[in-house]
Design a protein around this ligand. Structure first.
Ligand code: DC
Length: 223
């Protein structure tokens, strides 16, 4: 059987990681894992249970029996479909605080590694630095804060929601600062990664660049 590789795509919010990773997975035939969705599902659960981000013991206790499933773009938490519920403005605003907790990161680390038995394209913040440091291909996908805010606005408007560019830009910058300066698994380029700045690239160009690298590496690994 041919060896399946692991491709990690990390980067700041709004850089296009999920869309890119999904398309790269399709082009390479590798499974796709959206790790942001896992952190969102955990944040959704802890918020629902009224557990504060500061309460490490309660977080660990609540997550002990918490079951997440991800398949075909659907996210299930304790059997409940939360695919939509984890994308609300409420979850957007609370998820970073929970993601900074070691109890949350520990609870998700094993789950993420277990998904990689048949190779994987995984996007997140610490895929290349912490979860899969030996991945065959590590990408750091970024774009200017202004471009990322513009893309977020366009996404919201496409969904028929109102979007205030200045407010979104402020949130993008604030979330970057939070994710990059947190003590555990801060967002930063992994050792040996390829840094891709997508500010002036189309989505298709980004996908093509990563998919060709992945295919080249997979061919090398199986030579
Ligand atoms: O990519 P996203 O916006 O869905 O991520 C949601 C939050 O989860 C964001 O605050 C960063 C955090 N996250 C993380 O800390 N580590 C990951 N591997 C993925 C996401």
């Amino acid at each position: 059987m041919s060896k399946k590789i692991i491709v990690t795509i990390d980067g700041p919010a709004g850089a296009g990681k999920s869309t890119t990773a999904k398309a790269v997975a399709e082009k390479t035939g590798l499974p796709y894992l959206d790790t942001g969705a896992l952190y969102r599902a955990v944040a959704w659960k802890l918020d629902k249970e009224g557990v504060a981000p500061e309460d490490g013991d309660k977080i660990a206790e609540t997550l002990k029996d918490f079951k997440i499933e991800v398949a075909g773009g659907k996210v299930t938490a304790d059997g409940e479909d939360v695919t939509q519920a984890i994308r609300t403005a409420r979850v957007d605003s609370i998820v970073s605080a929970y993601a900074a907790r070691p109890e949350v990161r520990d609870a998700l680390a094993g789950f993420q590694r277990a998904q990689a038995v048949n190779g994987l394209v995984a996007d997140g913040r610490d895929m290349g630095t912490v979860i899969f440091p030996d991945a065959e291909l590590k990408i750091f996908l970024t774009a200017s804060a202004e471009e990322r805010a513009r893309r977020r606005c366009a996404e919201r408007e496409a969904k028929g929601e109102s979007a205030d560019y200045d407010e979104i830009l402020k949130q993008v910058i604030e979330r970057d600062r939070y994710d990059m300066t947190r003590e555990i698994a801060p967002l930063r380029p992994a050792q040996g990664c390829v840094i891709l700045d997508s500010t002036d690239m189309s989505a298709a160009e980004v996908v093509d660049a990563i998919a060709s690298l992945a295919k080249e590496i997979e061919a090398q690994e199986n030579r």
